[in-house]
Design a protein around this ligand. Structure first.
Ligand SMILES: Cc1cc2nc3c(=O)[nH]c(=O)nc-3n(C[C@H](O)[C@H](O)[C@H](O)COP(=O)(O)O)c2cc1C
Length: 150
């Protein structure tokens, strides 16, 4: 059975809540998944597929709970060999150029690691959307076949 690792980068809990709802959706489809808020590289390497759901903080920065994970990925550079991945970015377009910056950094890094993006990154704008899970969960539900394809 495919196991999807969901990496949640969150400051105020929004993205974490979305990650937990996503995990529930995967479970409904009979797919094992786990939400990581303090992940290690082995959680990434052991996954069949990778989902990143992250907000952005500061000026385009990765939330503190994923900072170390992100820099470890950069340093250790574990190649993904076409492992499927998807990134959902929660942001706020009033931040201008740094809109969804953390999601963009992950999308870029996972592409450099030669993961296989199953879709373009999803951007969820806090100005337009109050309940981010209502966008992210159906988006990922549509991507289930690509995430678990063998
Ligand atoms: C101090 C602060 C800085 C932020 N910086 C950015 C930013 O640079 N770019 C962006 O798109 N959103 C930014 N945001 C918006 C958050 O990413 C957005 O509100 C998100 O939904 C928060 O999710 P969370 O509760 O999971 O942290 C910022 C929010 C705060 C409070």
């Amino acid at each position: 059975m495919a196991k999807i690792s969901i990496f949640a980068g969150s400051v105020y809990g929004n993205a974490q809540h979305v990650a937990e709802e996503t995990s529930g959706m995967f479970e409904k489809h009979g797919i094992e998944s786990e939400v990581f808020t303090d992940p290690e590289i082995s959680d990434f390497v052991d996954a069949y597929a990778v989902v990143v759901i992250t907000s952005t903080t500061g000026q385009g920065d990765v939330p503190p709970n994923l900072e170390l994970f992100f820099s470890d990925l950069r340093d250790e550079f574990p190649m993904m060999n076409s492992k499927p991945f998807a990134v959902a970015a929660l942001g706020d377009s009033s931040y201008g150029e740094s809109y969804c910056g953390a999601g963009k950094q992950f999308q870029e890094l996972l592409t450099e690691l030669q993961g296989k993006p199953v879709a373009e990154m999803l951007e969820v704008d806090a100005i337009e959307t109050l309940a981010a899970e209502e966008e992210v969960v159906p988006w990922l539900e549509n991507l289930v076949p690509q995430l678990i394809e063998s």
